[in-house]
Every structure is written in C-alpha cells, then in structure tokens.
Design a protein around this ligand. Structure first.
Ligand SMILES: [Ca+2]
Ligand SMILES: [Ca+2]
Length: 96
C-alpha cells in the first residue's frame, strides 16, 4: 500500500492520535509538499478498512521537521511545522 507517492522524499514520519479517537494518524514530513496527515478509514463495525483518507493541513510547501506539543495549554496536542514563510502552529480544535 502506498500512502504517499509525491515526487519529493519523506524526511520523517510520525504517528499520533490527532483527533483523540484512539487510532493513530500517520503524519509524514514531506519538505516542499503541503503538510498532510492520513487517517484510517473505519467501516460500520468499527474495523479498519485498510484504506486511508488524506487531510491537508497547509496547502503550501512544508519545510524540514515536524513537532508536537500542547502549545496553547488546552490539554490537546498541537502540531508545529516549518514552512517557507516561517514556523506554523496547527492548533488542535477537536472538541473532546
Ligand atoms: Ca485518531
Ligand atoms: Ca493544545
């Protein structure tokens, strides 16, 4: 299964439960490509289908590196990533 088939390389890959549903999302750092993550598609019985849905966080080229931490102190882990214009913070807006 190929999740990412861009013409740029993947510098590093992280797995983190971004939405708090207990299932890890896959977050590759792909310098020069938009920052995205991949979420496992679940069927009606709650089982993984083996397919992943792509979510783009930033529709601009990302830079080198990727980090996580609760930057704003709300108890939910946020994502920080560099881009061409500087360091971006992707605040975690999940409700729970
Ligand atoms: Ca998840
Ligand atoms: Ca936070």
């Amino acid at each position: 299964m190929v999740l990412f088939n861009g013409d740029r390389s993947i510098e590093t890959v992280r797995a983190f439960d971004i939405d708090g549903d207990g299932i890890l999302e896959i977050i590759p750092n792909t310098p020069g490509m938009p920052q995205a993550f991949y979420k496992l598609v679940i069927d009606s019985h709650g089982k993984g289908t083996g397919k992943f849905k792509k979510f783009i966080l930033m529709d601009k080229p990302s830079g080198h590196g990727l980090g996580f931490g609760d930057i704003n102190g709300d108890g939910k882990v946020d994502i920080v990533a560099p881009g061409k214009e500087g360091l971006y913070l992707f605040g975690n807006l999940r409700r729970k």
